[in-house]
Ligand binder design. Structure first.
Ligand SMILES: [Cu+2]
Length: 289
């Protein structure tokens, strides 16, 4: 009995640790979206599944019709072809049918597009993200603005940043300095570039926009789950295009305020203190407190 209880406790602990510490990430052979972290991404995923209910039956129907025509009406099986050239009923059906299908796709599609461009409230935090070949500059537009650069984490620097854990800090996605934002807060990101066109994309948040020199594109998100999320530059921007990841750490409001106050003077120290606080909270949750 004791062993069973201990086992259950241990697996509960693992689940709690994973739930708190790890947000969803890309994984090998992935062919669907990451777990949504925002309402917009949830709506996007719903729309994807909804669209498949049209795409799959239509593809099967067209494939079946093609195969049927090729086999049933081949020259050897059907030496004298029909001379029929008009059929009003069929023509009405194949015009009205697609129109109805397109309307059924257009209505939820425009609803999603409108939702993406309509933040539910005025953003509480504004960040500016400037893309460079091949890293990002971030600016927190708060009372005393905070700016820092964020680049891919070099494999040799893992130890000095305390990021040896490959599950949490995956190769090619981990960065030296993450963006830190509070959970359940509407955040606005002003996206631009200093040299060529890049793009700011966070799959779990359902946001992606081009970073264009001389222009500012605006996106927003409101993340519902704490965790460390990864995205990438998504516009071919030169030889290191694949090596300019984006990492966003979503934490509680207190953790964010503490980090912001400390980051102005010592970014590295503030990041390490935040990592320790997040890990500490995960352990506390795992212990069932
Ligand atoms: Cu880029």
């Amino acid at each position: 009995m004791k062993t069973i209880l201990a086992g259950a406790g241990a697996s509960g602990m693992l689940a709690a640790t994973a739930g708190v510490a790890l947000a969803d990430q890309p994984h090998d052979w992935q062919w669907r979206f990451q777990e949504p972290a925002t309402a917009i991404m949830e709506q996007t995923r719903w729309f994807e599944v909804y669209t498949l209910w049209f795409i799959i039956p239509i593809s099967i129907l067209v494939l079946f019709l093609l195969a049927w025509c090729i086999i049933r009406y081949r020259a050897s099986a059907n030496p004298v072809p029909s001379r029929t050239s008009h059929n009003t009923l069929i023509e009405v059906i194949w015009t009205v049918g697609p129109v109805v299908i397109l309307l059924m796709l257009a209505v939820p599609s425009f609803q999603l597009l409108t939702a993406q461009y309509s933040p539910p409230e005025e953003a509480k935090l504004t960040l500016k993200a400037t893309a460079n070949q091949w890293n990002w500059d971030y600016e927190y537009q708060v009372e005393e603005p905070l700016t820092f650069n964020s680049a891919i984490l070099a494999e040799g620097d893992r130890a000095s940043y305390g990021k040896e854990d490959l599950a949490r800090y995956p190769r090619l996605l981990a960065v030296d300095n993450e963006i830190v934002v509070p959970v359940n807060t509407t955040v606005r990101v002003l996206v631009t570039a200093s040299d060529v066109i890049h793009a700011f994309a966070m799959p779990a948040f359902g946001v992606k926009t081009d970073a264009v020199p001389g222009r500012i594109n605006e996106i927003w998100f409101n993340v519902q789950k704490e965790g460390l999320y990864y995205g990438q530059c998504s516009e071919l921007c030169g030889k290191d295009h694949a090596f300019m990841p984006i990492a966003i750490r979503v934490v509680s409001d207190e953790q964010y305020q503490t980090w912001l106050a400390a980051a102005r003077t010592d970014l590295g120290g503030a990041n390490k203190a935040l990592m320790a606080a997040v890990d500490g909270a995960a352990k506390l949750a795992a212990a069932g407190n």
